[in-house]
Design a protein around this ligand. Structure first.
Ligand SMILES: C[S@@+](CC[C@H](N)C(=O)[O-])C[C@H]1O[C@@H](n2cnc3c(N)ncnc32)[C@H](O)[C@@H]1O
Length: 249
């Protein structure tokens, strides 16, 4: 997935990506570093991307990987709004747009807590990737060191907020893509779809082994699982989680 160009810049390479679509990334230690979930989300979005002209919101953009990859790949994107609650993420996403020679008139940057600073904006496509795992797990992981993750014990707080509000920011016939990770209460989110008449369709599922830092916290993780706040399997001595990607409108 990654190749190091020099000590500061890394190339992000999606499976089967053409060389012209490789994304160069400058990392900042206080900005989320793309993971397997970033890759699963991108793959699912690429496979389901519309052909018509669209404007897109990259919500929870981190260093900009999702939006930049899509801008490089799809010329039918008229504009990408990169948004994150973290000012450092916004600065990093701007730097990475420049590094990848993204034209300034195809990118805008909005520092915002979820949709709070987006009044009046409407998008054809929203890609939601705000923090969506249990806060208790996030704080033990290497992924979320100094990264905002007010997702609650069961990881659903931010995702549910997005799902309750996204329709106010979509154009007619627009759609949202988002991951649901098993280190959150997936059922609570899926029950909300049913209750509120949101047509959500799962478009991919990928299993992955948890990184090694989690094994020191297995007792806490089992407690959360027993309380149905998260879910995972244990096989061959490994903790196996999964990421499901959904689209909804
Ligand atoms: C899982 S990371 C994804 C980053 C990027 N999309 C990627 O794939 O590398 C989640 C991002 O959501 C942002 N975030 C957390 N809480 C947020 C909120 N309330 N509003 C907007 N963004 C938020 C974090 O700062 C972080 O950059």
């Amino acid at each position: 997935m990654e190749a190091c160009l020099n000590k500061n810049v890394t190339k992000f390479i999606l499976n089967k990506a053409k060389k012209k679509d490789f994304v160069k990334l400058l990392y900042n230690k206080d900005v989320f570093k793309p993971t397997e979930t970033s890759k699963f989300l991108l793959e699912a979005v690429v496979n389901n991307f519309p052909k018509k002209k669209v404007n897109v919101l990259d919500l929870g953009c981190g260093n900009g990987i999702i939006g930049i990859y899509l801008l490089k790949k799809f010329k039918n994107i008229s504009n990408m709004s990169f948004s994150d609650v973290s000012g450092k993420a916004i600065t990093n996403a701007k730097q990475n747009c420049e590094l990848n020679k993204i034209s300034q008139n195809r990118a805008q940057f909005i520092q915002s807590n979820l949709f709070n600073n987006m009044n009046g904006l409407k998008f054809d496509i929203i890609i939601n990737d705000v923090s969506g795992i249990s806060y208790k797990i996030a704080r033990k992981s290497n992924w979320f060191k100094n990264i905002p993750c007010e997702s609650g014990d069961d990881g659903t707080k931010l995702t549910l907020n997005v799902i309750k509000n996204f329709r106010n920011f979509l154009k007619p016939n627009g759609k949202i893509f988002f991951p649901i990770i098993s280190f959150s209460n997936e059922k609570k989110i899926i029950n909300y779809f049913n209750k509120s008449n949101i047509k959500a369709k799962m478009i991919s599922i990928n299993k992955w082994p948890a990184p090694k830092e989690f094994y020191n916290h297995i007792i806490m993780m089992k407690k959360l699982k027993k309380l149905k706040k998260i879910n995972f399997d244990e096989k061959y001595g490994l903790i196996i989680a999964n990421t499901k990607i959904f689209q909804a409108n």
